[in-house]
Design a protein around this ligand. Sequence first.
Ligand SMILES: [Zn+2]
Ligand SMILES: [Zn+2]
Length: 253
Amino acid sequence: MKTKEKTKNLTKVIDNFLRLIFPPDIKCIFCGCDINHFYDRPFCDKCAKTLSFNIGNRCRICDEPIENEAIICDNCQKRKHYFKHAYCPFVYKDKVRESLLSYKMDNKRYLSLAYSIMITKYIGEDIKNFDVITFVPMTRKREKERSFNQSKLLAEEIGKIVKLPVVECLKKNYDTKEQKELNYKERLTNLDNKFSVINSEKIEGKKILLVDDIITTCATVDACAKLLSKHASEISVCAVARNKLHKNIIDRI
Ligand SMILES: [Zn+2]
Ligand SMILES: [Zn+2]
């Protein structure tokens, strides 16, 4: 067995062992204190007071927080999206940001259940509008390096909660320069041809919920939704958190 494969298996064993001793579904995901309402709210009341819930006025399309009374944000007024709605229960900052960074970098895959509970609660009754769930893919190389695709894990947990099939229908062909290192225009062009559709017969005419972990410029989900729209009848997207676009990025469009 290759060393990488061994490490991956060992990580899984350790993860399962830790879950046995410290069941993740009785602890607040932010401070680790005991709670008895995990499947309703996977965090304690004290943390709840400090969390960046996405509950203020926000864009009807991309779910970005808006500081004035506008219905559609500046960005969505300028640019067409290939998805109908975005659903993001949190704003990407403070404890939520720390938690998501830890989810990816420290391999805390058990957090996907808590995040998925929050996403499905936020989507609410609208979940009836979807036929299948899919996710933003990683290249095989990147997935091996990280040992898991954070968006795929979320999609699988959401699928279990709402009892919808999860279909792998996108492939990432090669790695792009990390999106966060790029400006807005570069982010949009950086993704051209990086994705392709697989298993298209499984999504023909279907209404799709596309899962990502964080949405910032919408460039990634738009690139995926554009491809999916050639087969699916409708696409909406969801993520754990909405990263607010800074005004200087919008001005550079
Ligand atoms: Zn807490
Ligand atoms: Zn918007």
